[in-house]
Design a binder for this molecule. Structure first.
Ligand code: GLP
Length: 233
């Protein structure tokens, strides 16, 4: 994995944008997208750019279980607001948080992923090292599934909800096995609260206890950090 440390998250996001633009220019057609505060600056730069995704496809990592797409905390809502309304894609795919037939939703999402190999995957990282919603202990060959969120993740994400009780306890997540199939992976991490997870990812052993550590097994992964996230390296 190649690691780049920037003065600010904005500079790191600009670098991520350059990678996205280069990939698009070189014919990349399917983009794996992430939610959370980390990619917000990247999406803002893309919104203000002249990049055209009307022939491209987007597949998202995850969605809270139980939240409909029009709930302002759903990842479907986030993607519309931060990217898709301004930059339409030919197709966008996000698991349906309200699916009643969970097994079918999972099977359908795995089919979407196998039919649309991801060219470039954007990733954030949880403070416990999770990628997507693949919490510590997730098998490296996992596919899409319904996962239980850890207490650490619920605590970290409750800032976006009115109260902790409103944070869904489960989510659909693309598996680690699917993430690893992406041709190129761009992981971004910003802020002091990511420093420990970044250190364990970069310097620790490859272990399911730190899901992001598996990226060391991927041949084309770039990690973009601001100074705070890199402070324990
Ligand atoms: C969530 C998402 C992840 C994201 C992580 C970090 O749990 N499922 O995809 O990377 O949180 O979020 P943030 O970027 O807001 O710190």
């Amino acid at each position: 994995m190649n690691i780049f440390v920037f003065e600010t998250s904005l500079e790191a996001s600009q670098y991520a944008y350059d990678l996205v633009a280069k990939a698009l220019e070189s014919g990349a057609n399917t983009f794996g997208l992430a939610t959370g505060s980390t990619p917000e600056e990247l999406y803002s730069i893309i919104r203000d750019s002249d990049l055209d995704f009307t022939d491209a496809k987007a597949v998202n990592l995850d969605e809270y279980y139980g939240l409909p797409a029009d709930n302002d905390q759903s990842y479907a809502y986030f993607m519309k607001k931060h990217l898709f309304d301004a930059k339409p894609f030919a197709q966008t795919h996000i698991p349906d948080g309200t699916a009643t037939d969970v097994e079918k939703e999972i099977e359908d999402y795995n089919t979407i992923l196998s039919e649309n190999p991801v060219d470039l995957q954007i990733l954030g990282i949880g403070s416990n090292g999770h990628i997507g919603f693949n919490e510590p202990g997730s098998p490296f060959d996992s596919k899409t599934r319904l996962v239980d969120l850890t207490d650490e993740t619920i605590q970290a994400n409750k800032r976006n909800f009115e109260s902790e009780a409103d944070v869904p306890k489960k989510a659909f997540s693309m598996g680690i096995g699917s993430i690893l199939e992406s041709k190129q992976i761009v992981l971004m991490a910003f802020g002091e609260n990511k420093a420990k997870a970044v250190k364990e990812t970069v310097h620790g052993e490859v272990t399911p206890d730190v899901p992001a550590s598996v990226l060391k097994n991927h041949s084309n992964t770039v990690i973009l950090l601001d100074k705070a996230a890199a402070s324990q390296l």
